[in-house]
Design a protein around this ligand. Structure first.
Ligand SMILES: Cc1cc2nc3c(=O)[nH]c(=O)nc-3n(C[C@H](O)[C@H](O)[C@H](O)COP(=O)(O)OP(=O)(O)OC[C@H]3O[C@@H](n4cnc5c(N)ncnc54)[C@H](O)[C@@H]3O)c2cc1C
Length: 308
């Protein structure tokens, strides 16, 4: 990256820029090479300015939430990582008179942690998103991935989302009926930034919400590896099947490459046992794909987003 470019980036983003940042600091796998720069943006004006600049300069960018579904290669990413912060990470309630009296609209910034959204809803006595408890991402990341658990998906609770799109930097509001959510995917334009979303939630007893959250967290603890760095489920479940079962049947539970290991507790998790590099994880992914293909003729597809 040229020196004058660094200066311009610093002035555009009011100093909130770090250069040559290792993505191991910003992903839950704790692996990955450097990005050329990492910018934290505090509001929509700053985001628009930054994206306009990067579009004009032809510099690729990557929106990073909590990095809990991201695997960045050891070579890193030749571009700029953007984190939505400040106003873009807040959660608020907006009473909506057009709705049933028991319902309310909660609006969250794309950078808001899911845990903040859930805590807010619990505090306000608004139920419906408890199933997301324990997912360590942001609202933007969860929407981009159409995150789900226990038979529910975030897409089904959305009222609308706000997206920044294209080199022309348009802000577009999509209603739920305009959006195409599918299994671990939201169909949006490449490079679009999810700036915020609204959810319609139903009034519920706070203690009941609290109990549901505790139940979901307990279930996770029972079935998922804790205490290791990971990015959750590595593969999507093929139709009518479980990826974990296929990997287990291929005899790969506990298999290690370098510092990465297929979890003994949940075979669809790859964990960093300490000192793993991205290529260890990628080698394990390839091994799973090859073995499952040989054994069952099924092509496993990764759920985690691999960036190189
Ligand atoms: C222990 C553990 C358990 C997990 N359990 C689950 C689970 O039960 N269900 C589930 O679905 N997932 C689960 N995950 C995976 C992950 O937490 C979710 O996919 C989460 O929603 C990703 O959010 P994030 O903010 O970390 O996104 P990131 O990992 O940072 O990004 C994921 C993708 O979304 C894009 N993105 C992020 N923010 C935006 C934005 N604002 N606008 C546009 N694009 C954006 C990124 O560019 C990237 O392509 C788990 C992960 C871990 C580590």
């Amino acid at each position: 990256m040229k020196k004058d470019f660094k200066k311009r980036l610093l002035s555009i983003n009011r100093g909130m820029v770090r250069f040559q940042v290792s993505m191991s600091e910003y992903t839950t796998f704790r692996v990955g090479g450097p990005v050329e720069a990492l910018c934290r943006v505090q509001d929509i004006t700053a985001l628009r300015k930054l994206c306009a600049f990067l579009h004009i300069e032809g510099i690729p960018f990557l929106i990073v939430g909590r990095g809990s579904n991201l695997l960045v290669s050891d070579q890193g990413f030749e571009g700029v990582a953007i984190i939505l912060d400040g106003e873009l990470a807040r959660v608020n309630e907006y009473p909506d008179e057009g709705l049933d009296i028991a319902c309310s609209v909660v609006v969250a910034g794309g950078g808001a942690p899911i845990s903040d959204l859930i805590s807010f809803c619990r505090l306000k006595g608004l139920g419906g998103l408890e199933f997301l408890s324990g997912i360590p991402g942001t609202v933007g990341g969860a929407l981009y991935m159409n995150a789900g658990a226990f038979g529910e998906e975030i897409g089904s609770r959305v009222q609308g989302i706000r997206i920044l799109v294209g080199p022309e930097n348009r802000i577009v509001e999509f209603k739920k009926s305009d959006l195409s959510f599918s299994y671990r995917r939201l169909g949006i334009e490449k490079g679009a930034v999810i700036v915020g979303a609204s959810f319609v939630l139903t009034g519920k007893d706070k203690d009941v919400i609290g109990l549901r959250i505790a139940e979901y967290l307990k279930k996770r603890k029972k079935t998922q590896p804790t205490g290791y760095a990971s990015a959750g489920s590595v593969f999507k479940n093929p139709p009518g099947m479980y990826a974990a079962k296929l990997v287990q049947e291929a005899g790969l539970k506990g298999k290690r490459i370098g510092g990465a290991m297929i979890s003994e507790k949940h075979a669809n998790f790859i964990v960093n046992t300490g000192g793993a590099v991205a290529s260890d994880i990628i080698s394990l992914i390839d091994l799973c794909k090859n073995r499952v293909k040989e054994m069952a003729g099924i092509d496993l597809e990764t759920e985690i987003q691999i960036v190189s």
